[in-house]
Write a protein that binds this ligand. Structure first.
Ligand code: SF4
Length: 616
């Protein structure tokens, strides 16, 4: 039985009845699912039956921490948001780093489970084990940064990052844009699957968490605990990915991504982006002014504030975008000025939208415009030519307000393309469950492409085993980029590891090191006695429970697939001519078999569920 790591209770919020109730999770559930996405998956499966649609008041919105949150483990401010997604109709789990996950624990809660729908806009205030709903009418219409700063001032904390944390929605969430995000600690965004739209449907504008409660830790020998943490974090920092992120942020991969043919260029119609050097991390950090802004207890400290020093947005201060933000608002929409991409990334966060879906919606509209499928009448006069930054800016605002073409695009890439018609479906970039992919050209990297197709939530649940070996998982050497045999195997073995990591409440960048170090630290904090195999089994259990949830809500093998654009051959560059199309179905069957699922239906087999202690 665990003795440490948990605050000891979760909060139930019924917004219809305006009732708040503490509840204790059973030790068995904690042991089987640990925290984060795991706890969210258990609650979602148990409480959202077939027929409960994403905007139904009975849908659950679960904010969940893990046992390492709020401890001295670096990067332990991360939290998970789990719900039934309005984009796909299946399960979704988004994560955000920063401080909120730590402060939710310091406020006295391991998780907050919200259901119902408030008649008026409210926010939830949590402080040292107490919870109350307060009026939020005065916050409606404010963007995510304005909302956070207004609530900070309301609660006597004017500076950034100190004292309390706010997780909130912007205008996109209020207007139920299907890919609305939940933003916390300015610039940390839980967005996959559109949890902000579910929050908006419940008229919950924000959660404020503050408190001073310590987190009990099982290990009495503090020196031993610190030694374990140090060993693990050192292994993460010295991994190739960890070293690079720690030094230059994920933007440091921008030029490498272009060289490898992984950069999305103009809705994947091209593969080369000659302006890539000015977007690369080293160039950004030498051109623009920066100020460090680390998350809770983080020693990687790769997050920065950045001030634009050249071009039309000179003087603007924003969060430094990750690689994906730069690709989204640079190459994918044809913008060649890095300062402009920073402005658009900041705007997208403030409006409160998932950048994956937002950029592939914008680039779909731009390609349709270039091909004459959309004309100026359809765009209310917006000139959506590639690279027109003013038009992209206005388009994002219209999406958040659901105005004109923006209202159509607010439905997400898949639905928008169906409604536009006239061949737009052939151009749209999405995995068939209804999610846009991460902001890569994944056709040049099958582990990402295949992983997004078959994952329960359309996210990257697998690791990039073509870039580094993973002896812990049985891969002593990196796997080939385009192997129809190795990619499904790698997905089946790395998915459980990623899901296990997502139970802990720490940033994924800190999870690049030894699995043994991670498990030892978890055991020391909680008092569990997991070994590596049992840890991976936790991840496998979560994947299977989410799959059962998705099957209940209508999942078929066709949903584990890709849009026509993602099955096309790459038009140019390092991997010109490559396509997954002819081998995709064979790979999917192989993955199902590796997972212990029926190779034809993708449903978990009874013996698999029995092994994992799950019901059928
Ligand atoms: S690595 Fe970066 S995102 Fe992760 S916790 Fe540290 S500063 Fe935050």
């Amino acid at each position: 039985m665990a003795r440490g790591g948990y605050a000891g209770k979760i909060l139930r919020v019924d917004l219809t009845a305006r009732e708040l109730k503490d509840e204790v999770l059973s030790p068995q559930v904690l042991r089987q699912f640990v925290g984060g996405t795991g706890i969210g998956a258990r609650v979602l499966y148990d409480e959202v039956p077939a027929g409960v649609e994403p905007y139904d008041p009975q849908n659950r919105l679960i904010f969940a921490t893990g046992p390492l949150n709020g401890t001295l483990v670096p990067g332990s401010g991360t939290f998970a948001v789990v719900t039934r997604s309005p984009l796909s109709g299946f399960a979704s789990a988004g994560h955000a780093n920063g401080f909120f996950g730590a402060r939710l624990k310091h406020a006295g809660y391991d998780a907050v489970v919200v259901h119902g729908c408030s008649p008026d806009w409210v926010y939830l205030y949590l402080n040292d084990g107490r919870a109350e709903l307060r009026d939020a009418a005065w916050l409606v219409g404010k963007d995510s940064w304005e909302t956070e700063m207004a609530l900070r001032e309301q609660h006597g904390q004017k500076g950034m990052d100190i004292g309390l944390s706010v997780a909130c929605i912007g205008p996109a969430g209020e207007n139920r844009v299907r890919f609305a995000a939940i933003c916390s600690d300015r610039g940390h965004v839980a967005s996959s699957g559109g949890p902000g739209a579910v929050m908006g449907s419940k008229r919950l504008k924000a959660i404020v968490a503050e408190g001073s409660r310590g987190i009990p830790v099982h290990e009495r020998d503090l020196a031993r605990l610190k030694g374990l943490i140090k060993g693990w974090i050192d292994s993460a920092s010295s991994s190739p990915f960890g070293r690079a992120v720690s030094k230059g942020g994920t933007a440091g991969f921008f030029s490498a991504a272009e060289n490898m043919g992984w950069l999305p260029v103009r809705n994947l119609t091209a593969n080369l982006f000659p302006d890539h050097p000015s977007f690369d991390g080293a160039s950004l950090r030498s051109t623009f002014k920066t100020k460090p802004r680390a998350c809770h207890a983080c020693t990687f400290a790769h997050c920065l504030l950045m001030q634009v020093t050249t071009g039309p947005y000179k003087g603007l201060v924003v969060e430094e975008p990750e690689y994906e933000g730069l690709a989204a608002w640079g190459s994918n929409v044809g913008i060649v000025d890095a300062g402009t991409a920073l402005m658009l990334n900041d705007l997208n966060d403030r409006l409160g939208m998932d950048l994956k879906e937002a950029t592939f919606c914008a680039s779909l509209a731009m390609e349709c415009y270039a091909r004459g499928i959309l004309n100026p009448d359809d765009t209310d006069g917006l000139d959506l030519s590639w690279g027109n930054a003013g038009a992209v800016e206005e388009l994002l605002r219209r999406i958040a307000r659901r105005e004109g073409l923006g209202g159509l695009l607010a439905e997400g890439v898949m639905r928008s393309s169906q409604r536009i018609g006239n061949g737009a479906q052939e151009l749209a970039v999405y995995a068939k469950k209804g999610f846009a992919p991460h902001v890569h050209d994944p056709r040049g990297r099958w582990s990402i492409l295949f992983g997004q197709a078959v994952s329960n939530m359309g996210s990257i649940e697998g690791s990039s085993l073509e870039l580094s070996a993973a002896p812990d998982l049985g891969f002593p050497e990196p796997i080939p980029f385009f192997s129809k045999e190795m990619v499904p195997k790698a997905q089946a073995r790395t998915g459980p590891k990623r899901q296990f990591e997502d139970t802990l409440g720490i940033c994924m960048f800190l999870c690049q090191g030894s699995l043994q170090g991670m498990v030892d630290t978890l055991n020391a904090v909680t008092g569990y006695d997991l070994d590596k195999a049992r840890a991976l089994e936790v991840g496998e259990r979560i994947i299977n429970l989410l799959r059962l949830f998705n099957v209940r809500h209508g999942l078929t093998p066709d949903d584990d697939s890709l849009s026509p654009r993602l099955r096309e051959a790459i038009p140019e560059g390092a991997h010109r001519g490559r396509s997954i199309d002819s081998v995709f179905e064979e790979m999917r069957r192989a993955y199902y078999a590796e997972m212990g699922w029926d190779p034809e239906t993708g449903r978990p087999l009874p013996q698999t569920l029995q092994r994992l202690g799950l019901e059928g």
